[in-house]
Design a protein around this ligand. Structure first.
Ligand code: ADP
Length: 720
């Protein structure tokens, strides 16, 4: 958009520039021409005036000269020759334009003359002689012009001038006069003045309009008003216009087309060469001569101006382009930077808002939250940490998490080792129950989750530790466990007594029972057994959870142990008669004797085989397998029973959990067996897991360390 606008702008500037140059050069030309013509006209006027003054001064000179020789008044016949000589001398002087100076006597007869031929001529035949004689004031007279040729043969107008001569008494005694060629005036004038090339002067009488001087000798001594003259004029020429004006207007300047068709400019000036005599002088110059100098000056000026303007326009354009480009680039850069900054600012704002939210959330969280550096030095602790531990934040920040200086250090070294290995080396989250100590010395239990936060190069940036104080839950659990323990314990004694009495009844110790009686008593016995089993499970769980159960490892032959359990269930099969299960042991490789608590492990096998028994089809197959995998003995119990539904697998080891399909095929069940088995396996140093497909079967696996379980002191053993 900006680019287009710039190009359009440049285009307009360019067109504007062309228009300007065109107009500028025209107006420059016009104004310069006008100025120059004005100048030229002034100059021509000066020329004209100088022509006029020349004529006037020449005339007055003639008058002087004529007066000089007017002493010849008293010439006698004897002096005629002398008179002739002196007049000839005057005539031939270089200063005068006069010829044929003649002394006319009182009788109008030519007494003497520079041209001796004139002596004796009767002057009364000349109108001008009569005029001066008859004029009471005897004013100087000028003859009418005559067309003649100079001694050099050039056509010209000739005129005579006569001045009065007075004797010593002041009486008029005739005239003194001479003739002059108008050509001589013009020659003298052009000699004195450097006329523009092709220019010429004109002399016209006023008011007759007789051309006394014109370069075209055809016009000479003709009145411009005569028909003769009109016939000579070229139809296309408007020379008449100038000549008319020359007669009637003084000081006029006109442009006109000459006889030859060229354009000239004429300047007119009226003079009075002698009192009462009026002439118009015109200097005509070709207009292209007038413009020539002007034109060349104009060209130069125009070129200079255009160059100057071009340079200015070019520099302006360059400056403009640089500015616009610079501005556009700058603007673009500024825009994109501003955008970036805005985005960054928005992001920052957002993240700072989010950060604040997170901090507020973390600060006010119910759980204890700490953030440490990769070495475990605490960088952040929330309010809950203060509440739970009793330490102030300023005491906490900068110290090592889990150290004795703070709330930690109560767990066995192995626990901490394992925790650090998990979070720092394996870079995984660690979850575990932990016992800690508040500042006041009180102990408490926490469920701790510590997670490493990794950077882009997979290195630990910091750790986040979240702990929940579960002391109260633990207490409640303990109370529950205690209660269950108590109840189970109390139930066990009467149940055992009932078992004895029922067995006595069934054995016929108190008399033979009818078939029907025996059947009832058997049912009561089975229910009693289930009750005993439930009470045992509850008791065992309470013992395990309260940590009162002891682990008493002894070298154990697992095959033997498994077989005894299998026998038990095979017997049960026979006894119940409902199922024809094929339960067998498969031992892969040599199974070493392992140091475990046989009662506990038997309970595990009993639970798993019992489940396989319960959840199998009546004539299904149960395989118990023992193998060795590296440092562990792997035990598995595989059945081809109902399987465990997919969505419930994750709850299988939870206390009291029973899958829906299990509940429908076997109403009896506590959901405690696997919970117990898991507790036992883990406390024996192993792991438990399973694989299952609904309606195809289930395999439970558990491991036992070949090196054996660690013994543990406790008040009681497990009840089977
Ligand atoms: P109980 O067997 O008394 O219900 P357990 O703790 O032993 O309790 O087992 C929990 C649940 O696990 C069972 O209710 C059943 O849903 C499921 N289960 C355990 N073993 C098997 C098995 N071999 N086949 C199918 N389901 C099983």
């Amino acid at each position: 958009m900006i680019k287009k606008a710039t190009y359009l702008f440049l285009f307009i500037i360019f067109v504007g520039y062309l228009y300007f140059v065109h107009n500028f050069s025209n107006s420059l030309q016009k104004s310069t021409q006008e100025n120059s013509i004005q100048e030229f006209k002034k100059y021509q006027k000066v020329l004209d005036q100088s022509f006029a003054s020349l004529i006037v001064s020449e005339f007055s000179k003639m008058e002087q000269e004529l007066i000089l020789v007017s002493e010849l008044e008293s010439v006698k016949d004897a002096d005629i020759e002398k008179c002739n000589d002196s007049l000839f001398k005057v005539t031939s002087s270089t200063t005068t334009l006069l010829n044929n100076i003649t002394r006319v006597g009182p009788d109008k007869v030519f007494i003497c003359s520079a041209n001796p031929k004139n002596t004796g001529v009767d002057g009364s035949q000349y109108a001008y002689i009569n005029e001066i004689f008859e004029d009471p004031n005897h004013k100087i007279v000028l003859s009418t012009p005559f067309l003649t040729k100079t001694p050099k043969g050039v056509s010209t107008v000739i005129m005579a001038i006569h001045v009065p001569v007075y004797n010593s008494q002041g009486d008029f005694v005739g005239t003194l006069g001479g003739t002059f060629y108008l050509n001589d005036f013009v020659e003298k004038f052009t000699e004195l003045n450097d006329l523009p090339k092709g220019s010429w002067p004109l002399i016209i009488t006023i008011p007759d309009g007789v051309l006394l001087y014109h370069p075209n000798t055809d016009y000479l001594n003709k009145s411009i008003y005569s028909e003769d003259f009109s016939n000579l004029l070229n139809k296309n020429s408007d020379v008449k216009k100038v000549l008319d004006n020359a007669v009637y207007e003084d000081g006029i300047q006109l442009e006109y087309y000459t006889y030859a068709g060229s354009k000239n400019i004429g300047t007119t000036n009226h003079i009075e060469p002698l009192p009462g005599e009026k002439w118009s002088l015109v200097i005509s110059s070709p207009i292209d001569v007038v413009y020539k100098d002007v034109n060349s000056t104009l060209q130069k000026q125009r070129l200079l101006y255009i160059s100057l303007v071009s340079v200015v326009v070019f520099l302006s354009l360059v400056a403009f382009i640089i500015l616009v480009r610079g501005n556009v680039i700058l603007k673009r850069q500024v825009d994109s930077k501003t955008k970036d900054l805005k985005i960054q600012a928005d992001k920052l704002e957002k993240s700072s808002v989010e950060l604040r939210k997170f901090k507020e959330a973390a600060d006010s969280a119910y759980d204890h939250i700490i953030i440490t550096d990769p070495e475990g030095i605490i960088l952040y602790a929330n309010d809950a940490v203060e509440k739970i531990t009793g330490y102030k934040k300023k005491e906490i920040i900068g110290k090592k998490a889990g150290s004795k200086d703070l709330w930690g250090g109560l767990m066995p070294k192995e626990f901490y080792k394992k925790m650090w290995k998990t979070i720092k080396i394996d870079k995984k989250s660690f979850v575990g129950q932990i016992e800690n100590r508040r500042k006041n010395g009180q102990r408490y239990f926490a469920l701790s989750t510590i997670s490493p936060v990794l950077n882009s190069s997979d290195k630990v940036d910091f750790f986040v530790g979240i702990e929940r104080d579960i002391t109260k839950e633990k207490e409640v659990d303990t109370m529950k466990t205690d209660f269950i323990s108590l109840v189970s314990h109390q139930l066990r004694t009467p149940l055992s007594a009932m078992k004895w009495f029922l067995e006595m009844l069934l054995d016929g110790d108190v008399g033979k029972l009818s078939k029907e009686q025996k059947e009832y008593i058997q049912n009561i016995d089975e229910s009693n057994e289930r009750m005993i089993s439930l009470v045992n499970d509850l008791l065992n769980i309470s013992r395990i959870e309260s940590g009162r159960i002891k682990i008493d490892p002894e070298p154990t032959d697992l095959s033997k142990l498994v077989n005894s359990v299998i026998e038990e269930y095979t017997a049960l099969c026979l006894k119940e008669g409902r199922r024809k299960l094929n339960i067998h042991l498969k031992v892969t490789g040599a199974i070493p004797v392992v140091s475990v608590d046989p009662k506990l492990i038997r309970n595990v096998f009993s639970n798993l085989i019992g489940n396989a028994y319960k959840y199998s089809k009546p004539n299904g197959k149960v395989t118990v397998e023992l193998t060795v995998d590296k440092k562990f003995i792997v035990c598995s119990v595989e059945d081809s029973g109902i399987g465990i539904p997919e969505g419930q697998k994750n709850k299988i080891f939870d206390k009291f959990f029973r899958a829906t399909n299990a509940q429908s095929v076997q109403s009896d069940g506590t959901g405690l067996g696997l919970y117990l088995a898991k507790s036992v396996v883990e406390s024996s140093g192993g792991k438990i897991w399973f694989k299952s497909t609904v309606n195809k079967g289930t395999t439970f696996y558990f491991t036992l360390p070949i090196k054996g379980s660690k013994p543990k002191d406790g008040e009681v053993s497990i009840s089977n």
